[in-house]
Design a protein around this ligand. Structure first.
Ligand SMILES: NC(=O)c1ccc[n+]([C@@H]2O[C@H](COP(=O)([O-])OP(=O)(O)OC[C@H]3O[C@@H](n4cnc5c(N)ncnc54)[C@H](OP(=O)(O)O)[C@@H]3O)[C@@H](O)[C@H]2O)c1
Length: 297
């Protein structure tokens, strides 16, 4: 398949290139190569490339900064997604739009499935939801893939931040009242690769299975890397007032993937182990894949 990837310089984008590049004829574009908010550039490039599938991973992802920059956030996450969707439709391409757990308010008290009512709390969440709606309105052959708490080798994320802090401090303080499903970008790229082989369009929740609090995640990262001497103190979100409100409990159910007969993603702890074992870029991909199959089986 001829696949075009936006946001190819981001943490998910790089794993998409790694995973899909081995199976498809991939053309990948970083922000410098394609600004998705530039309507003319998007139209021109997609008309020339004539992809069969567009995987749209580009986004404005600075959740707190988005509160101070709503115009820029909507310009990229909503209107930019609209430009990509219009161009996808004009060349007959299918589209994958990567979305977020932040489209929910986190008050359900149990994992969200694809039918649940959205109610984003932040500018980032609202802009991503509007992006979903533009894609749904314009491009009928779409997969909306909501994911959560991403970490990967190429980017700054919760896992890399905890490890960096643990190099400098003997004590960390982490909130224990936010729950979600940590997700390895490599696994998400594999899941998207699987979806592309189908024509089962619609919304999917794609995260590593199960959920935990941020505090449990930090403790687990330290345990798995043998940093057992470091204390992780629990805190409440109210103690850290951040510009953007976060959903308290945004874990996902993978009902959509199961109903579509697609492989389930492995559980978050197995994925985290594989990520930490892979030694920052010296990935043993066979090892990763073996883990994935075991969990799916
Ligand atoms: N990170 C998470 O925890 C998380 C959770 C749920 C969903 N998601 C979604 O997953 C997707 C991938 O996120 P990620 O974690 O890989 O984020 P990321 O590392 O920030 O990657 C996003 C990429 O998009 C690029 N970008 C920003 N504005 C652009 C523009 N106008 N045109 C083209 N590219 C642009 C960024 O480039 P610059 O860095 O140069 O700005 C960056 O390379 C996004 O759709 C995000 O909303 C992420």
């Amino acid at each position: 398949m001829k696949v075009l990837i936006t946001g190819a310089g981001g943490q998910l984008g790089r794993d998409l290139v790694r995973v899909l590049g081995g199976r498809h004829d991939c053309a990948a574009f970083t922000r410098q190569q394609l600004d998705i908010a530039d309507e003319k550039a998007v139209r021109r490039l997609i008309a020339e490339a004539k992809p069969e599938v567009i995987v749209h991973a580009a986004a404005y992802t600075k959740v707190d900064q988005a509160e101070a920059e709503p115009e820029e956030t909507y310009r990229i996450n909503a209107i930019g997604a609209g430009h990509v969707a219009i161009s996808a439709e004009s060349v007959g391409a299918r589209m994958v739009y990567v979305s977020t757990d932040y489209v929910f308010d986190g008050t359900k008290g149990e994992p969200y499935d694809e039918q649940d009512r959205t109610n984003p709390l932040s500018v980032y969440g609202k802009s991503k939801l509007l992006g979903e709606q533009f894609v749904q309105a314009v491009c009928p052959h779409h997969f909306i893939v909501r994911t959560s708490w991403l970490y990967g080798k190429n980017g700054s994320n919760f896992v890399t931040k905890v490890l960096a802090l643990a190099e400098r401090q003997q004590e960390l303080t982490v909130v224990d009242d936010q729950f979600g499903s940590p997700t390895y970008t490599y696994d998400l790229a594999e899941c998207i690769g699987g979806l592309l082989e189908t024509d089962r369009y619609g919304i999917y929740h794609a995260a590593n299975r199960g959920f935990c609090s941020r505090w449990t995640l930090a403790k687990t990262i330290l345990e798995l890397t043998g940093r057992t001497g470091i204390t992780v103190r629990p805190a409440r979100s109210d103690d850290y007032v951040l510009p953007a409100p976060r959903p308290a409990h945004s874990a996902f159910s993978d009902r959509g993937l199961r109903l579509a007969g697609l492989p389930r993603m492995r559980d978050w702890k197995t994925a985290l182990k594989a990520f930490l074992r892979s030694d920052w870029g010296k990935t043993d991909e066979n090892d990763d894949r073996r883990g994935s199959n075991e969990a799916a089986g």
